[in-house]
Design a protein around this ligand. Structure first.
Ligand SMILES: Nc1nc2c(ncn2[C@@H]2O[C@H](COP(=O)(O)OP(=O)(O)OP(=O)(O)O)[C@@H](O)[C@H]2O)c(=O)[nH]1
Ligand SMILES: [Mg+2]
Length: 571
């Protein structure tokens, strides 16, 4: 790769109007087709609508080509921002120094924590600060940003002041940007040349597609994995078409091959560019299209409100965003602290269904209160990994183990709240349309069912009558053979229904203990004659209630996807 430029992708993210495009322009020496808001709609609306690519070179060995990925800032374009964040090696978070952190700055920071390894903060528009107080204001904002980064993985990241377009839109082009050489120096010092891995299946994220008369259709994008050479066949999975690579260019320079991390244009023939505004191109058959997926999931702490099972979210899978319904589940109680596994899903294990994603209970909540409340787990009971089954409204094509982000993009963009709800890794895709029948029965997620009743009376040393555990209309036959526990410690087995009012007979293999017999036979006088101290009639005597209630508890599992709804009791 002597003399070959190593390409590094740097994202330019931040709240709308913080000056991202102005900064990209101030830094770049070469612009790609769609850089600097060239599209007419961008011009019309005066905002960036799509990813813009431009670059500059740093003549250091190996010659570094820094590709800037200029992302939109507008809240409604967050899908594009998430797509952009997945192809970058380092993120520049652009902050308007006169405004500080704004809503989308916070969302970009969240996306950065999920998708990027490195970040620097660029305080832009310093020319707007009054001359005399400028440095003090910059120092104050830099300190504020450090505090914001304090409890993120970017703690201690560098903060640098610039003015990408001093004087603003009306300033003459001659007005030189400020702080750019220092920013380039900082970028070069922060960029660790990522190890590019040419192995693995070829996968490219395409961000623009256009035709060139006499040549064919050019798809520009960034290689996410593997490599590509002239003459290779590539698949557009969303359209299920395969084409040969006719020619390739990197920033207007013809090349014969490219590897992960490179940004390039691939030219193919007989392909209508309108069919693929943005999406994926890959080695044939290397991606899968899934109708549902099992993901490892982590809640984003800034998202307010619970992550409710059965709720719908916008699910960004790789570079596509579709609506999906989620069902959360956690490890079975005996494996709460298992090491998280992020490269596969273990179907051999059992999992506990959750009404909500489990968050640590507040420190002051006591154990009972914490386990009581849905969606909360006391400190010692918070699992190290949780999962979700995501059922997509329409199938998505994505790489294995790709990033997944769940968000509430329909939330009010002026409500200054983080719309990003959770993130995770797609561990297992369900490609069958009828996955509910073909795949889900193998997913052993269970609900723990608990029923409580009382012993009404003793029949003999090995059997009692229970009540208030089933409803009158319950078919008790279904429960025959299940184990119940007496509050006095004995183990019982449901033997049969007893009468028509939901009562049932319990067989106690080990027999009642003497204490239990005492409790159960030291009966309360029944109302009526016996209640008035008169001798109860014999048939009334056996209906006497124990003085102190003896509880009967029945617990069993029901597997959520077991069509027969069997009740299972662990051995
Ligand atoms: N005074 C001053 N104005 C700036 C500076 N940088 C950008 N601007 C102005 O701020 C406005 C927004 O600049 P853009 O670069 O389009 O901001 P952006 O972050 O790309 O906007 P979106 O892409 O729509 O989110 C424009 O009018 C710029 O001229 C700066 O350093 N100083
Ligand atoms: Mg812009």
């Amino acid at each position: 790769m002597a003399g070959r430029r190593v390409n590094v992708n740097v994202g330019v993210l931040g709240h709308i109007d913080s000056g991202k495009t102005a900064l990209a322009r101030a830094l770049s020496t070469t612009a790609s087709t769609a850089a600097f808001d060239k599209q007419p709609q961008s011009r019309e609306r005066g905002i960036t609508l799509d990813l813009g690519f431009s670059c500059f070179c740093v003549p250091l060995p190996p010659r570094l080509q820094v590709t800037l990925v200029d992302c939109p800032g507008h809240a409604s374009l967050i899908r594009t921002i998430i797509g952009g964040a997945q192809i970058i090696d380092l993120m520049m978070l652009v902050i308007d120094v006169t405004k500080g952190m704004q809503t989308q700055s916070a969302e970009c920071l969240v996306i950065g924590q999920i998708a990027c390894r490195k970040l620097i903060v660029v305080l832009n528009k310093t020319d707007l600060l009054p001359e005399g107080k400028r440095q003090a204001a910059i120092d104050r904002m830099a300190k504020k940003m450090q505090r914001t980064l304090e409890n993120t993985k970017f703690r201690g990241a560098p903060v640098i002041p610039v003015a990408a377009k001093p004087g603003g839109p009306d300033a003459p082009e001659t007005e030189a940007p400020q702080g750019i050489p220092e920013l380039i120096k900082l970028l070069v010092s922060q960029i660790s040349i990522p190890t590019r891995d040419p192995s693995g299946p070829f996968l490219m994220s395409v961000d623009h597609c256009f035709s060139i008369k006499g040549q064919g259709t050019v798809m520009t994008g960034t290689i996410l994995s593997g490599s590509v050479s002239l003459g290779d066949s590539v698949e557009i999975p969303a359209l299920k078409v395969v084409r040969k690579v006719k020619s390739m260019q990197m920033f207007h320079t013809p090349v014969s091959s490219a590897v992960q991390g490179d940004r390039l244009g691939i030219c193919v023939t007989q392909f209508d560019p309108k069919l693929l505004e943005r999406g994926l191109v890959c080695a044939p058959e290397s991606l899968h299209t899934v109708h549902a997926a099992l993901i490892s999931v982590e809640k984003i702490p800034y998202f307010r409100g619970p992550l409710q099972t059965k709720a719908k979210f916008h699910i960004t899978v790789g570079h596509e965003t579709v609506m999906g319904r989620v069902m959360f589940f956690s490890p079975a109680p005996d494996s709460l602290d298992r090491e998280p596994v992020l490269d596969s899903f273990d179907f051999s294990r059992e999992y506990l269904f959750q009404e909500q994603y489990l968050c640590p209970a507040p420190a002051e909540a006591d154990e009972a209160e914490a386990t009581e409340k849905a969606g909360q787990a006391s400190a010692g009971r918070c699992p190290r990994q949780q999962w979700a089954l995501v059922e997509f409204e329409k199938p998505v094509t994505c790489p294995r183990l790709c990033l997944v982000i769940g968000s509430r993009l329909d939330a009010d963009i002026h409500a200054n709240t983080c719309r990003l709800a959770f993130h995770g890794v797609l561990l297992h895709g369900l490609g069958d349309r009828d996955y509910a029948e073909s795949a889900l029965p193998a997913l052993r997620v269970y609900k723990l069912k608990q029923k409580h009743g009382v012993v009404e009376r003793v029949l003999d040393d090995h059997s009692v009558i229970g009540r208030s555990l089933f409803k009158k209309e319950t078919n008790i036959q279904l429960f025959v053979g299940l184990r119940v526990h007496l509050s006095t410690g004995e183990l019982g087995v449901i033997d049969s229904a007893f009468g028509q009012s939901g009562k049932f007979k319990v067989h106690i293999p080990g027999g009642l203990s003497p204490e239990s017999k005492k409790i159960l036979t030291s009966a309360l006088k029944k109302r009526g004659r016996a209640g008035r101290g008169e001798a109860a009639k014999p048939e009334e005597a056996e209906r006497l209630e124990p003085a102190q209630p003896v509880g009967l508890s029945l617990s069993f599992k029901r597997y959520v996807f077991d069509a027969h709804k069997r009740m299972v009791q662990s051995p």
